[in-house]
Design a protein around this ligand. Structure first.
Ligand SMILES: Cc1cc2nc3c(=O)[nH]c(=O)nc-3n(C[C@H](O)[C@H](O)[C@H](O)COP(=O)(O)OP(=O)(O)OC[C@H]3O[C@@H](n4cnc5c(N)ncnc54)[C@H](O)[C@@H]3O)c2cc1C
Length: 405
């Protein structure tokens, strides 16, 4: 097996990542060492009574909604364990598990050719090199070319990702500043067309910020992040509690003079950069011939449930277990069929529930509007389906794999 990566090295985009129990279970089943390494870098809710809480829902308004009697909505489950980590720390943990010599950097795939009669797939690289394999796993992200290879001929309209009509501002706050609005537990403040999620990372030394804005327009031009002025960003948070605005203000001071306590690679508070959110709400198949999709190339999700990468881990587990059962390359077609049958309904379901959650948490859901009580009740109902409390089902499917090849 060879991993081809176009970049000169592996790198992490964004600051923090939250992982659900299903993602943690997938890690453990792939390699117990992976789960142990994650345990060393993760941080959860530290209040004992909130260990099983995914988020606490509050209002972005002055005093977080307490002025009109809102005391906070708890979303959790007895079998949920919330945890998050710094992306860069997670990447370091994963890197140590990749067999030496199996990654080739600076290798951009520019063409994928299926030789169907010979049952081979040929990769053509930007530097002119070619390589042939029995199969190819397209784990090349939301805009990856393999999505076009798998879907392009029959479903060309599903190849490009669709705009979620939302963008986010992302950043990291040192814990002393973050403490002004969060305790040790994850919080999600909601407002009409806006939201602010915040949780601890770096073993509690910093807090990750993802601030959401509903966009009524389409995203024109390239699907990439766009810098705006600080004033433009601050206007978006005009209706927020003063403490959020202070956090943004401190940001402008610190941008030119980051405190030395912050990791050199981290974003300084909330940068005035709009990150548009795109997703793949419909992927009619994850497999075409001997090419299959894995991770964001298959099922990019909005981040409203913090479950996109977790789905990638579940996919990697199922695919690796299936490929582990293959003793002859003639069994690959059957293995990929089973992979599609197991993974697609689950992962596309998560994309859909994340879309729903995005509408709810920005108070624009047609059924729930601004009713925080109803939103909390619905979020509690939705949590077991994506959070992994149904993991027994997924494990069961994994066991069934052996019987289907
Ligand atoms: C704001 C935000 C917050 C999020 N928070 C969470 C969270 O809390 N929890 C969670 O589970 N998920 C979260 N997600 C989702 C998560 O970040 C993604 O699902 C995950 O990073 C996707 O990983 P991937 O490996 O599939 O794709 P990528 O990370 O995009 O990796 C694709 C790789 O393929 C390489 N590549 C692309 N094209 C080629 C080519 N032609 N040749 C060679 N190499 C190529 C790229 O260089 C890249 O390294 C969030 C997403 C966003 C936007």
């Amino acid at each position: 097996m060879t991993i081809y990566e176009t970049a000169p090295r592996f790198d992490a985009v964004g600051a923090g990542i939250g992982l659900s129990p299903s993602a943690l279970k997938a890690m453990e089943l792939m390699d117990p060492k992976f789960a142990r390494l994650y345990d060393e870098i993760k941080v959860g809710n530290t209040s004992p009574e909130r260990q099983q809480q995914q988020i606490e829902i509050l209002s972005v308004e002055e005093r977080f909604g307490s002025s009109w009697g809102w005391k906070g909505g708890s979303v959790g489950h007895v079998r949920f364990e919330r945890s998050s980590a710094r992306r860069r720390a997670l990447l370091e943990a994963v890197k140590g598990l990749i067999p030496e010599g199996s990654v080739r950097f600076n290798k951009r795939v520019v063409q994928v050719v299926q030789h169907r009669r010979r049952r081979k797939v040929e990769l053509v690289f930007a530097d002119g090199e070619k390589a042939e394999y029995d199969m190819v796993v397209g784990c090349d992200g939301i805009k990856g070319m393999t999505r076009g290879v798998v879907l392009g001929k029959i479903w060309p309209e599903e190849v490009p990702a669709k705009y979620c009509n939302k963008y986010v501002y992302r950043g990291i706050a040192p814990i002393d500043e973050a403490k002004k609005i969060i305790d040790q537990n994850v919080r999600w403040w909601v407002g009409k067309g806006t939201g602010w999620a915040m949780y601890h990372i770096s073993q509690g030394r910093e807090a990750n910020i993802v601030a959401f804005i509903q966009d009524h327009n389409s995203w024109e031009g390239e699907q990439v992040a766009r810098e705006v002025t600080r004033e433009e960003m601050e206007v978006e948070f005009a209706s927020f509690d003063t403490r959020f605005k202070n956090l943004l203000l401190v940001s402008s001071v610190l941008q030119s003079a980051p405190p030395i306590t912050m990791a050199a690679d981290c974003d300084t508070y909330v940068k005035p950069i709009k990150w548009p959110l795109f997703h793949h709400p419909d992927t009619p198949t994850y497999v075409n011939g001997r090419v299959c999709l894995l991770g964001n190339s298959a099922h990019t999700s909005s981040p409203s449930q913090a479950a996109g990468a977790g789905q990638g881990l579940e996919g990697a587990l199922i695919l690796s277990k299936l490929l582990g059962l293959v003793t002859d390359s003639s069994q690959l077609d059957a293995a990929l069929k089973v992979y599609d049958a197991i993974r697609r309904p689950r992962a596309q379901g998560v994309v859909q529930t994340s879309r729903e959650a995005g509408l709810e948490y920005l108070l624009v859901h047609p059924e729930f509007g601004g009713n925080l009580q109803k939103i909390t009740v619905d979020a509690n109902k939705r949590l077991p389906s994506f959070g992994g409390m149904t993991w027994g089902e997924v494990s069961e499917k994994q066991k069934q794999c052996s019987g289907r090849l």
